[in-house]
Ligand binder design. Sequence first.
Ligand SMILES: NC(=O)c1ccc[n+]([C@@H]2O[C@H](COP(=O)([O-])OP(=O)(O)OC[C@H]3O[C@@H](n4cnc5c(N)ncnc54)[C@H](OP(=O)(O)O)[C@@H]3O)[C@@H](O)[C@H]2O)c1
Length: 302
Amino acid sequence: MTRDPLHIKSTGSEFPLILGRDVSGVVMECGLNVSYFKPGDEVWAAVPPWKQGTLSEFVLASGNEISRKPQCLSHTQAASLPYVGLTTWSAMRQVGGLNQDNCSNKRVLIFGASGGVGTFAIQLMKAWGAHVTAVCSQDASELVKRLRADDVVDYKSGRVEEQLKKLPLFDFILDNIGGSTEKWAPELLKKWSGATYVSLVTPFLVNVDRLGVADGMLQTGVTIGAKAVKHLCKGIHYRWAFFAPSGVYLDEIADLVDAGKIQPVIDDVFSFSDVPKAFQKVEEGHARGKTVVNVTNKQTNK
Ligand SMILES: NC(=O)c1ccc[n+]([C@@H]2O[C@H](COP(=O)([O-])OP(=O)(O)OC[C@H]3O[C@@H](n4cnc5c(N)ncnc54)[C@H](OP(=O)(O)O)[C@@H]3O)[C@@H](O)[C@H]2O)c1
């Protein structure tokens, strides 16, 4: 990771656009005000969407966005975790209020449990002692059980709603799917007990694209406000969550990784020359964890 002299004037808002949010690498140079890191440190990060991305040899990141990489992981493994880890942290810790001290008696339901966010979320909840019900397709059930999900429900069986209604009510739902799920799933939460539904699938970008920044943000605010009030009247909390970069939270995630409580779940690794193939794979869906691009080709192990 470095301040690349050739790209030093890049503000992140100009073309060519560099994609990719996750990075794991070595600090090459530090700004004058950076004292916590030094050249040679092995670090990981997820850079914010308003900056240029990470699919490049050198990445420019702020000191407060990076963290020391977990020692037990290779760079390829580490690069699979920051974006989904911080998104999950935002949804479950910051927005949902869950933490290591209040999860032991909680029942947590995760939709989209086999993807990047879902596989991280299962592990975080198990590390914090919650009971986890994972919703995924049947062929992913072995994976989510290996990650210690307690109950697994196959959404392709055609009876997912009925199957979930037979289970005891939940304290927390993480929705990685959105759409019609959101219409019936809040009913699965305990009423008037602080139970919370957090969705990561929001119309924010669609609204901004359709209506422009100001009107799009206004429309988004109205929608979330109306949904929050509607659900509050039914005795549950309804929230949206967004990825936010944070070196401090990555430090906490690194501790969980080094303690063996969270492991990378890597679907596939592509070399830099195969980036188009990597995007094609991601576009096809059906992720089982994360797809990683190895920019330097120095490591090919998962
Ligand atoms: N708000 C934010 O800042 C933010 C940040 C990151 C991600 N997100 C959103 O969060 C969602 C999850 O992200 P991700 O990175 O984990 O996606 P992902 O890696 O593509 O995983 C999605 C997973 O859901 C499974 N799936 C599809 N339909 C399903 C259904 N009806 N029920 C249960 N599982 C289903 C897919 O496998 P199968 O199709 O094989 O079942 C796949 O394993 C995405 O919609 C993404 O856009 C939002």
